[in-house]
Design a protein around this ligand. Sequence first.
Ligand code: ATP
Length: 332
Amino acid sequence: MASIVFEQVTKSFDRTAIIRDLDLTIEDGKFTVLVGPSGCGKTTLLRMIAGIGPQTSGRVLIDGKDVSRVAPGQRGVAMVFQNYAIYPTMSVRENIEFGLKNNKVPKEERKRLVESIGETVGLSGLLDRKPSALSGGQRQRVALARAMVKKPSVFLMDEPLSNLDAKLRVQMRVELIELHKKLGTTFVYVTHDQTEAMSMADTIVLMNEGVIQQMSSPAEMYHRPANRFAAEFIGLPPMNIAELGPDGVQLGFRPESAALSEEPLDHHLCIRGVIATREMLGSETIYQVRTDKQAYMVRSAEDRFEVDRPVYVGVPAEKLHFFGADGRRIDE
Ligand code: ATP
């Protein structure tokens, strides 16, 4: 297990700083997810931890030790990528064993370890198959097992589920949460998918353009977004934002915090509009309500409101979020 600390870290490519003076502490043993839009610098951060794309200036510490001059192989970290990097000509067993052979582990010990790790990731019956005879999810498990066999103190994962279909991704999310519990190791996971971040993280680090926007638990990020960027990035459909007059204050509410009604509701902020679209999803319906200025998304358990009907969007006062002209959250 190990904590990871970035101290005043800058990373430049061709003299352009992608990340500038970054301070960040990733806690020991936690499942930390780095999330943000494409190009915000997530992979760059992960590569600095791994040592495969070192920082331009500043320090990176793993378990309290400055690793700036430590080679990737000596850092006690293992990396799992989107393209699982497994050898197609080797069996599952050989793939997992590969890392151990290099470390000169005795044969019996190797066999025992491969079987125990195979069991941990759910590959027990498949150890003698070739990767071509495995599903995408099983291949991803082989990649995880290959990383685990080296007993790293930090697992780094870069969009490891993005090649899997939607159903399998959901299943693998649960498996990764369980794996993290079993191992108790520090996990650092990169994704651009806020749902993945919300469902797996102990701590989310939300980035935009190389800058950390908010670092908190998923619940905190959802209920108390630090700024407008966080408010709109986390949650689907995203938070509705309305301009509140000329002083630049913006008001936000989540689609599920609003109710639709024919008459204005007491003690609610009420916005008058017309139903523009209705999308029935089974247990809930997503409406788009248009006013003459803008559109709002509303998520409702009721499906009785028809397109083109005038309605009120009502939001209880305690569900409103306020953001200043600079985009930062304003607290009550
Ligand atoms: P994605 O989700 O698309 O993978 P990301 O958040 O992981 O994005 P990075 O890969 O860290 O983003 O890239 C951050 C920025 O650094 C991007 O603008 C990218 O173009 C730039 N960048 C990354 N690697 C290099 C490189 N080797 N040379 C020049 N620029 C680079």
